[in-house]
Write a protein that binds this ligand. Sequence first.
Ligand code: FES
Ligand SMILES: [Fe+2]
Length: 319
Amino acid sequence: MDHLLNSWVPIAYSKEVATSPIQVIVAGIQIAVWRGSNNRICAIHDRCSHRGALLSRGTIIGDHIRCPYHGLQFDGKGVCSSHSVVSIGNIRCSKNLQYFHCRDDFGVLWITRNSSALFPLSALLPLTFIIKYQISDNISCNAYDLLENLLDVAHFPFVHATTFSNPGVAVNADAVIYAETDYGFDCTYTLPIVPSGDFKSLVSAEAYEVAVVGRFIAPLTQLFYVSYNTGLKYASVQCVLPISATETRFLQFAFSESVSDGAADQALLLADHAIWLEDKAVLESIQRHVEPDWSGVRLEFNEPHSVHLAKAFRRLHQT
Ligand code: FES
Ligand SMILES: [Fe+2]
């Protein structure tokens, strides 16, 4: 799963990194993340190169992170920049640590180790958009299963019958792929909506078709635009963060151009959260015993764009 970090991986919301360092785990790799003195985000391997203590339990000193064990300091490039201030013994930095390029955009922290990785969201999402909500949750399932779920329309009539889908009608999965990109693809499709529950306040018809513009960004992010017939237009981003083979973090955040409509924003949050809980329940019932293949060669996603997905993953693997 190591090559996932060849592209931008969403690791946390910006607000989660304040004055103290935190640890994030990406596919088993422990990473210390902190904000330097000028608010700059830094991310390096979370193991001190002296005795392997967790740097994320250390202290921020200016732009550096100080190891909690013997006080070695590392900068945002993983360079051990000062010997321990402790004069006893022979505490020396043996090697520098792996570091990650960081971005703090759209209220989310993104990291990659590939300096030439594109940042694809910015091409589609104007920075003037206003954040409407942020959802995050941990789920006991494999990241591969969650990613498949987010792209799969076949489960809608069964899993989402009490939010937006029609229990009696299969969703037409025909999508138009209008661009293949270096990191995924862009598509459009129509989604039949039969609102119930929290969804009812979002739309004003018993049933209608909503146009969706979607962008898949390998390996772990998808963005889609929808506009409802009440005039509500928004962009939603869904991110999958693999922690281990059986544990995954889900981040979903939405934007719109409208400055303030508290009631509509609240309805959107409730509806999307209800959908997430429906997915979570079924995903946590899955017991997959085989480690999925992320290389893209044998991707067998249960969704209509498998060929394009497989290509995107292969490109990433070869980067
Ligand atoms: S383990 Fe970090 S300075 Fe010794
Ligand atoms: Fe779903």
